[in-house]
Write a protein that binds this ligand. Structure first.
Ligand code: GLC
Length: 551
């Protein structure tokens, strides 16, 4: 295992989405044994850690982000023994393992919710969740106007045993994901038990789901949303259910609990709040260790936007003593090999499908994605990769309606495609069934016919492949210690409208976001996301939408 304190400050963490990574038992859904069998490929890639999206017992209404038991492995993914083996195999390969903790809500199948339903209003069991009487005559109207992130009201009404309508319960996401009441000490204690359960097993930390949502504004007041309606968050004026001050007390308690354990365990926040200076509150020294940088993820593909977000990120995170983090893709957003070729008015976060306007050009998308990733991996701090981006995978746009599974698609009645397009099982071997994802050829979301070209075995050892680009970048990042370096803008490009250029330690990084080739400064090319050429002036040129590292 990488030694040294606070390994996470410079780590590259690879997100595994278990359903779609590798399927050992052939049922078309990835599993823990599948992950274990493919870990050597990740060690070769050169990442420091993996983060596993949820594999806990769940009815899978939101692909496992609806947990029915936090301390059991869903049989869909295997057994606890499979998990222990995965952990052991990862550690033997020098890879740390972070698991996903989903504390904002449980599944409606969770024992705690069932007990709440079986208990009368205002009972201790109901107080574990957020139950309220409705408004108006007969309590027929929901307690407030909040809209679910996945569409529709955030409230659902119960029907009593006598068949009469009863209280309402709150769910920020799907109606099968009731929100827990984090004002209740009982809930807090139960989660400490859960954290200890996994820490005792040896996990290296937790990615914490919806770490900005657990405390709601007192009195649950109505919200007047900005015109786009509810989203994953990030609006300047946070709604009464996002980013409330009370969440920080929880993170301080979790921080203390992790600190009791040896080995530098880590908490990483999924907190969709803005601006960056606010998000940095989640990573103050006594709270979480890292937070995903969603401002960076959604920054425009322009030199000005990129420089601004890099400067703002480093300033905001370093003001609280935390490392900056960088991320371009995950299981909730359009893959960056497609997103970076979408116009500014194209839908983001909510998916893209056959009838969406403004389809991304795949060639432009991949070129930009490679340039963006090469830029990101040269930045100091931590970085997150999402499975398949090292293969250059695009978003799958042409998924048949009948195959879609994201609750967003159902709750918005098809108005939003949702996130299935970034969750399609990844290709390992070009000529194997399901591209090597599953021995039987089954795949829970259909893989496109043209995906053979992205298969890992087609890219291994191939100069110029996206896989080789990531491997080279990760190796250089490690040997040149870029994670612990600093960004210094090259003065000659500091105001350029097309070029982002900086040095980090002894590496000079130049990204060309414009339409024309640019002349590179002197230096040997260490890495290039697209082939550099020699121009008429005899100097080395960097083509459009490309990044080079010189040193
Ligand atoms: C987070 C997850 C997302 C999930 C939601 C509800 O945003 O990343 O996939 O649907 O929380 O748990």
């Amino acid at each position: 295992m990488t030694t040294g304190r606070e390994w996470w400050r410079t780590a590259v963490i690879y997100q595994i989405y278990p359903r779609s990574f590798a399927d050992a038992d052939g049922d078309g859904i990835g599993d823990l044994k599948g992950i274990t069998s493919r870990l050597p490929a990740l060690a070769e890639l050169g990442v420091d850690a993996v983060w596993l999206s949820p594999f806990f017992l769940s009815p899978q209404r939101d692909a496992g982000y609806d947990v029915a038991d936090y301390t059991r492995v869903d049989p869909l993914f295997g057994t606890m023994r499979d998990f222990d083996q995965l952990l052991e195999a990862a550690h033997a390969l020098d890879l740390r393992v972070i698991v996903d903790m989903v504390p904002n809500h449980t599944s409606s199948d969770h024992k705690w919710f069932r007990e709440a339903l079986a208990s009368p209003p205002r009972s201790a069991e109901r107080d574990r969740y957020i139950f309220r009487d409705g408004k108006g005559p007969g309590g027929d109207r929901p307690p407030n106007n909040w809209q679910s992130v996945f569409g529709g009201s955030m409230w659902d009404r119960l029907t009593g045993e006598d068949g009469l309508p009863e209280q309402w319960y709150l769910h920020i996401f799907d109606s099968s994901q009731p929100d827990l009441n984090w004002e209740n000490p009982w809930v807090r204690e139960r989660f400490k038990d859960v954290l200890r359960f996994w820490l005792d097993r040896g996990v290296d930390g937790f990615r914490v789901d919806v770490a900005h949502g657990m405390i709601k504004q007192a009195g649950l007041p109505d919200y007047r949303p900005p015109k786009s309606g509810a989203s994953m968050g990030g609006e300047a004026d946070d709604p009464p259910y996002w980013g409330q001050d009370g969440v920080h007390e929880i993170w301080r308690e979790w921080h203390e609990l992790l600190a009791e354990y040896p080995g530098d365990r880590v908490l990483c926040a999924e907190a969709w709040v803005g601006p960056l200076t606010k998000m940095a509150l989640w990573v103050r020294p006594d709270e979480m260790h890292q937070a995903f940088n969603f401002d960076y993820m959604f920054a425009g593909w322009s030199a000005k936007d990129q420089r601004r977000v890099i400067d703002e990120s480093i300033a905001a995170f370093s003001a609280v003593g935390a490392p900056a983090t960088w991320v371009l893709s995950n299981h909730d957003v359009i893959r960056h090999a497609s997103r970076l070729a979408l116009g500014a008015d194209s839908p983001q976060g909510d998916g893209i499908g056959p009838t969406s306007k403004g389809k991304p050009d795949p060639v432009v998308g991949l070129r930009r994605a490679r340039a963006a990733s090469a830029l990101m991996l040269a930045l100091p701090g931590g970085a997150y990769l999402y499975q398949g981006e090292e293969l250059g995978l695009p978003e799958v746009i042409e998924l048949p309606d009948a195959a879609r599974q994201d609750p967003t698609w159902f709750r918005t009645k098809g108005e939003k495609y949702g996130r299935d397009g970034c969750r399609v099982p990844i290709p390992w071997e070009a000529s194997a069934p399901a591209y090597g994802f599953s021995p039987t050829g089954a795949a829970w979301l259909p893989q496109p016919e043209e995906w053979a070209v992205y298969a890992r075995d087609r890219q291994e050892g191939v100069t110029g492949s996206t896989l080789a680009l990531y491997e080279d970048a990760l190796r250089l990042r490690r040997t040149r210690r870029l994670g612990a370096g600093a960004v210094e803008w090259l003065p000659e490009f500091a105001r350029s409208s097309t070029v982002v250029a900086f040095s980090n330690r002894d590496v000079t990084v130049v990204a060309n976001l414009g339409m024309r080739s640019v002349t590179l400064p002197e230096g040997r090319v260490l890495l290039e996301s697209a082939p550099t050429t020699i121009g008429a002036n005899g100097k080395r040129m960097l083509p459009a939408d490309a990044t080079a590292w010189l040193g």
